[in-house]
Design a protein around this ligand. Structure first.
Ligand code: CP
Length: 314
């Protein structure tokens, strides 16, 4: 595998899922795969889970890890081709990525959507430019459009508890927030769920917050906070900013999920974290037996390890 950017980079999802499960059972199963090799983790945005789970995964494969927080510790980066660099940016991405490509055998990059220009975000230019200039296998640590490590961990969490004798009913349900958040997590979640023939995916969001059809085609769309809540096996709660007008915050409190809205349904509740309590999800759900958010976070280790192991294959 040359990159782990989207679901399309995975030839056989079931095999990847089995690999993640094998690492969960025996974390050092492939210790030595990374011996003598270096993983560079490059962050343009904050992270807790992605940063640490990927480092644990790397350690289990005997990879050395370098972490670079570009915005705090690096030079300000210019990305435009042909730019006259007489402003604030001290280094071009060509050099920064080119140097990192010489220091590392595999590179991971986190670069969120800017939420100003939908087409620019959809092009995911920073990830692809960085990959081209670095010339090394690339791990997507959350780009403008996708967060595949989160999605693989979410898929593993769902499959662990899924009914075996019928389709798995999954609801991706929008929630309010106080800030404008990217669409990478819901895009990616939908992409991975729709690739699983065992899943029936529903997406519920207010008007104007529909995900791009590239990600949602094949899902059943709803526009009510109550839709499918009592029928779903898994409810994945997540805020994302508007599609029209692009990047606008959505904060309607009617969409905050509470125990009462579930009306006794046995649905499992999922969230990628970080979560704003009592804005996105009520305390009683996060603190109750339905919640899978910590399991998802733990599964991030095994997802990262499976992805890294594939990137390390010659
Ligand atoms: N879910 C997730 O990616 O968490 P971090 O942003 O903390 O890495």
């Amino acid at each position: 595998m040359k990159q782990f950017f989207s679901r399309a980079d995975v030839a056989d999802g079931e095999t990847l899922l089995q690999q993640a499960r094998a690492y969960r059972k025996q974390p050092r199963l492939d210790f030595g795969l990374g011996t003598g090799k270096t993983l560079g983790l490059v962050f343009f945005n904050a992270s807790l889970r992605t940063r640490l789970s990927t480092q644990i995964a790397a350690r289990n494969l005997d990879l050395e890890v370098l972490v670079m927080n570009m915005n705090q510790d690096g030079w300000t980066i210019e990305t435009r081709e042909g730019a006259v660099m007489d402003g604030g940016a001290a280094e071009h991405l060509k050099e920064a990525a080119g140097v990192l490509g010489r220091y590392c055998d595999v590179l991971g990059l986190r670069s969120f959507a800017g939420l100003q220009d939908a087409e620019a975000d959809r092009a995911d230019a920073l990830f692809h430019q960085f990959a081209a200039y670095a010339g090394k296998p690339m791990l997507n640590l959350e780009s403008a459009t996708r967060h595949p490590l989160q999605s693989l961990a979410d898929w593993l969490t769902i499959r662990d508890r899924a009914p075996k004798d019928r389709k798995i009913k999954v609801l991706l349900r929008w929630a309010p927030h106080v800030r404008a958040l990217p669409q990478a997590v819901p895009n990616s979640f939908a992409e991975w769920m729709l690739a699983d023939e065992q899943v029936e995916l529903h997406i519920s969001q207010p008007a104007g917050f529909e995900l791009h059809p590239e990600f949602s085609t094949g899902a059943q769309l709803h526009h009510s906070p109550e839709a499918e809540l009592t029928d779903a096996d898994f409810i994945y709660v997540k805020n994302w900013s508007a599609t029209t007008p692009y990047g606008q915050i959505g904060s309607d409190p009617a969409w905050m999920l509470t125990e009462k809205q579930l009306q006794g349904s046995p649905a499992h509740i999922m969230h990628c974290l970080p979560v704003r309590r009592n804005v996105v999800l009520a305390d009683e759900l996060l603190d109750g037996p339905r919640a899978l958010h910590l399991e998802q976070a733990e599964n991030r280790i095994w997802a990262a390890q499976a992805a890294l192991a594939n990137l390390l294959q010659p």
